[in-house]
Ligand binder design. Sequence first.
Ligand code: RFL
Ligand code: PHB
Length: 395
Amino acid sequence: MTAPSRTTVAVVGGGPAGLLLARLLHRSGIDCVVLESRDRTYVERRQRAGILEQGTVDALRACGAAERLDREGLVHDGVELRWGRRGHRFDFPSLTGGRRVWVYAQTEVVKDLVALQLADGAPLLFDAEVTGVTGADAGRPVVHYTHEGLPHTLACDYVAGCDGSHGVVRRAIPRGRLRTYERVYPYSWFGILAEAPPSGDELVYAHSPRGFALHSMRSPSVSRLYLQVPNGTDPAAWSEEEIWDELEARLAVEGGRKLNRGPVTQRAVLPLRGSVTEPMRWGPVLLAGDAAHLVPPTGAKGLNLAVSDVVLLARALAERAATGTAAALDAYSSACLERVWRAQHFSWFMTTALHTEPGQSPFDTRLQLARLDRLASSPHAAAELAANYTGLPLT
Ligand code: RFL
Ligand code: PHB
């Protein structure tokens, strides 16, 4: 497919943020072009998030992108947190007035959105790498990209930077106009995908003296598991037996049963980082998703924040197109950032409550356990955890 040389919104990045934004814009009658640097197979196979909040599912349903999710997604009514070799379940519907989460992998969300975009006949170019944006300061942005080895330009009214944490769109905003807040956590996650039936029906987050572990899943026959490891860990250095033994030791509870084991089909190490870039809009340049913020994955918020950003952005652009008023567009950055910082705080809370810092003192471990015990003893603390995990309603 060749792209037109002019459009209303140039969407840079074909991850969940860019693809959903394109779908929402298309349904509002606003033309856009999605430029994605990688090929379709790569984008559809990139193993990442697994939990969709209620608001994310509602947004996908509202734009006709949830048909397979409603058939194949696993509805979860709670999670278990483990500490001191005991499990504590948090029941979402009763703690939140009926909210729940879905286990449906990011790979599947992306596949569904790509298929819809192509079925709509809406422009989506793979292997189209954006190299820069000019003219944004004059309000006439031009996106420069290469496709099949040739340079191209795309003139537009708005550029949506949905190009992830290493994206280039952000560079179109003068340095002095942006501020980035950042926290680097002193540990990483070692994530595996395994051909093994999940060892339980719900996710399990475990605090243990050996470090954090998480048991998640992708389907009735595929498990997704994570171990806290030191930064710089080589994933190839662990044998499959060592991985399973360590998971079992960290996830163990009194009287619990052994984990279902199976072949490890994927492995990767992911450093944990939180960052927020403010503001998320500068004139015609709009940032969304990981291009503007990163959260450590412990709160399962990354993908959900990307979705809430683009729902607000699509609404603001539709209002602008329909009425000519820019009030929602002017409010875009502050509306997103309020949610982003709430999610950042929850992700920090989950991360620091459950992980062990290198050289952590016994005193700090006791503080962590006191924090966790409070979740089990106080209905208010449990309700706060459930409200944050299932996600704030998107108004
Ligand atoms: P994405 O998914 O990174 O998509 C950005 C897209 O932009 C493309 N791109 C460009 N295209 C054209 N020109 C350029 N110059 C470009 N530069 C980049 C990229 O190829 C890509 O396709 O961002 P988006 O759409 O904002 O979505 C955000 C989510 O992907 C992200 O928040 C979550 O996946 C975060 N995350 C996780 N979140 C969870 O809730 N649970 C997890 O287990 C979890 N695991 C992860 C993750 C993020 C990871 N990354 C980014 C390192 C595991 C990994 C490895
Ligand atoms: C996942 O299934 O990949 C997953 C689930 C919950 C998290 C992070 C990752 O908090």
